[in-house]
Design a protein around this ligand. Structure first.
Ligand code: C2E
Ligand code: C2E
Ligand code: C2E
Length: 91
């Protein structure tokens, strides 16, 4: 807890994401592609997503957000600093 610290930016590495087998990464790959389409943001190597999107993805993956973040870090899709996004409010 303590004083308000800005949450870490959640920046997906799209090149790494494309390399993860789709049987595991498929839902996230589709989610990211949808955001790119909605923004008209097609040429990026990375994609900044909302903190809220992490909660939505945790529901999609039926996992606590903290475990999902660990998985994305292990794939190299998220920076390890992203762990701070879930440490405080997700047990
Ligand atoms: P929206 O949520 O109604 O947002 C409308 C516009 O407000 C966005 O147009 C963007 O210009 C701006 N905007 C809203 N929230 C943010 C924000 O946190 N940061 C920044 N930089 N701008 C923000 P845009 O980008 O063309 O997106 C159109 C629609 O696509 C959004 O409408 C939303 O429905 C969807 N969308 C885009 N990116 C995301 C995303 O990362 N997550 C989710 N859940 N939806 C997204
Ligand atoms: P940053 O947030 O550290 O992003 C660094 C670079 O990563 C960006 O350089 C861009 O090439 C890429 N990047 C990050 N998120 C996305 C994304 O969702 N889609 C795409 N296509 N590329 C992304 P860029 O564009 O020259 O921006 C430099 C810096 O300017 C950013 O550093 C950030 O500090 C600021 N900036 C750019 N756009 C926004 C924005 O929508 N909101 C805010 N708050 N800052 C922004
Ligand atoms: P950002 O643009 O630097 O925005 C940082 C935070 O400011 C957002 O965190 C959100 O809490 C708030 N914010 C910025 N613009 C808006 C807005 O138009 N409406 C509202 N209600 N809040 C806003 P958040 O949601 O976690 O988003 C993180 C980053 O994801 C954003 O950084 C931006 O790079 C990207 N992003 C999120 N939603 C959109 C979107 O709809 N369109 C685009 N182009 N980028 C988005």
């Amino acid at each position: 807890g303590g004083a308000a610290e800005p949450p870490p930016r959640l920046v997906l590495d799209l090149e790494r994401l494309a390399q993860v087998p789709s049987e595991k990464a498929g839902p996230l790959q589709r989610y990211a592609a949808t955001i790119q389409s909605q923004r008209g943001d097609y040429n990026g190597k990375v994609l900044s997503i909302r903190q809220d999107d992490l909660r939505t993805l945790a529901v999609i993956y039926d996992q606590p957000a903290s475990l999902l973040v660990d998985q994305l870090i292990s794939w190299g899709v998220l920076d390890p600093d992203a762990r701070r996004a879930v440490r405080e409010d997700d047990a």
